[in-house]
Design a binder for this molecule. Structure first.
Ligand SMILES: O=C(O)c1cc(=O)[nH]c(=O)n1[C@@H]1O[C@H](COP(=O)(O)O)[C@@H](O)[C@H]1O
Length: 271
């Protein structure tokens, strides 16, 4: 999916919501555990109930890898379900990969070709040759970790090297790489106060912003400092939406939570 198509979808749905499909078998309704594929059944019900409110879904691969081959098959079925039934939805494989070049090429192949995701999250730590294989895929997006939502972001990302914070080096250096138009960046919602500085460096690129809901980030604050003329934001919530209920009404409860965020987004977009 192109960025232009994503922007059109945002305006159509009046939403820049990304729903995180971080499926934990301990947290889903018990009766689903008796089905052949509980993870997929859970995702399908969530997608069916929320797809009109969200422009993106983000399965975090850890939650699938943890269940071995069955988990990976559930991930495969989930992305196929989205691509077949909702091709207008932007899909993110939250895998946080990145390795030496030939290995990164295989990661990119896995997520862009085999699974056919629109994008994948990538760690910048190993530098240019570890990210370029992802960027080489036309029509696909590489979402680079810039300033993450967790406390540990202050361990390295905000440290100053050559008079500049490490996360600023990540932004400035990566935007000069070949195919950098395929880049998006992760900035945690808990780091909204940094967004003004970040937008000075990357005024246009889309940001994936996790950390509203369960981690306490504030949607209005993120929009105030991070929004661009083309919106430029995908706001993710995972637990705050998908675990609104662990009873039979889980999908409608999730839709209610998603709608609360979507209505706030619609108000911001029509301001
Ligand atoms: O790359 C991510 O998506 C990500 C980056 C980051 O800085 N913080 C962060 O929470 N995430 C992911 O976003 C999701 C947040 O989930 P909730 O806190 O349940 O909404 C998880 O899948 C995290 O792995």
């Amino acid at each position: 999916m192109t960025t232009t198509q994503l922007i059109a979808e945002i305006h159509k749905k009046k939403s820049f919501l990304c729903i995180g499909l971080d499926v934990d078998l301990q947290k889903i309704p018990k009766y689903l555990l008796e089905t052949e594929d509980p993870i997929f059944e859970f995702n399908k019900a969530i997608i069916d109930a929320t797809h009109h409110l969200a422009v993106a879904y983000k399965p975090n691969t850890a939650f699938y890898e943890a269940y071995g081959i069955k988990g990976w098959q559930a991930l495969e079925k989930t992305i196929q379900y989205l691509n077949t039934n909702h091709p207008e939805i932007f899909t993110i494989a939250d895998a946080k990969r990145g390795d030496i070049g030939n290995t990164s090429s295989m990661y990119a192949k896995a997520f862009f070709e085999d699974l056919a995701f629109d994008s994948v999250t990538v760690a910048p730590y190993m530098g240019k040759d570890s990210v370029e294989p992802f960027l080489a895929f036309k029509g696909k997006h590489t979402i680079l970790l810039a300033l993450t939502s967790n406390k540990g972001a202050f361990d390295f990302q905000t440290k100053i090297i050559d008079n500049k914070e490490v996360y600023k080096h990540v932004l400035e250096t990566s935007k000069s790489w070949e195919n950098s138009e395929n880049l998006m960046y992760v900035v945690g919602a808990t780091k909204a106060s940094f967004l003004g500085e970040i937008r000075k460096i990357i005024p246009e690129h889309f940001l994936l912003v996790p950390g509203v809901g369960a981690q306490g980030g504030n949607l209005q604050e993120v929009c105030k400092y991070g929004m661009t003329e083309n919106v430029g934001l995908l706001i993710n919530s995972s637990r705050g939406i998908i675990y609104a209920s662990n009873e039979a009404d889980f999908a409608s409860a999730a839709a209610k939570k998603a709608e609360e965020l979507q209505l706030q987004m619609a108000a911001i977009l029509t301001k």
